[in-house]
Design a protein around this ligand. Sequence first.
Ligand SMILES: O=C([O-])CC(=O)C(=O)O
Ligand SMILES: [Mg+2]
Length: 288
Amino acid sequence: MAFRSRREKLRSILSGGTCVHPGSVYDAISIRIAEDLGFPLGMFGGSVASLAVLGDPDITLITLTELAEQMRRMSRAATLPVLVDADHGYGNALNVRRTVQELEMAGAAGLTIEDTLLPAAFGETKAQLISLEEGVGKMKAALGGRSDPSLVIMGRTGAAAITSIEDAVRRAKAYEAAGVDALFFTGIKSRAELEALASATRLPIVLGGAPDELNALDYLASRRVRIALQGHAPIAAATHAVYETQKALREGVAPKSLKGLASSELMARVMREGEARVRSADVLGLNK
Ligand SMILES: O=C([O-])CC(=O)C(=O)O
Ligand SMILES: [Mg+2]
């Protein structure tokens, strides 16, 4: 299986004793940069998928096909293991199965399925959850949908901030019992909440955005948190750079005088230009 070693790397992070930050990845360039900088894995958030592919906010407009296609491009560009935010699995539990099949073929190392009601319901301004029973059905469907057993399936809940920490604990225990490989929590506001979840379960934990008191990797590792997200600053940095560059050009700055551009060395590295050159020499008859 072509992607097994990526999945095994993600599994070794989950079974290890430390907590790591993933690189935020969303396209072929960002995954190569994260790989070159030595990140142990990439996180492909639903928010950055929507932004990179559609230029839209994170409101469940992107389709599974678009998400999987973007993942496939990243899988081709780099070998870094990628954890994909598969939102609610793009429908009910049957759609979750299809989502897992598509993301597995696209080369994801792991994916998260969350129990948020998506897309947002009519007339509701706040996030809502599906029932625990439906959530368990989705986890089972996800597990049943993989054909490579090394693909990592994570159960995700934001219950701590939507309903209560007690509900988050109930859901975490139920998803663990359903057989998921790891638990992904968002909306955790304190060490006490993390500790309630960690002591009620045994699986490795992944933490979405968290407050400052939860930002010490050693502490997180001691509570079985193996991956801690840091948001998605790179796409905001890229947007800023494109904005400033286009603005300067529009204002008449000469291309040669632009500031903040990648060096030609960095561009060549990101394009893997050296490898392409060797390959061309080999196959285009230039090696004489
Ligand atoms: O998974 C993440 O990185 C956080 C999230 O839900 C998103 O960005 O859509
Ligand atoms: Mg998301």
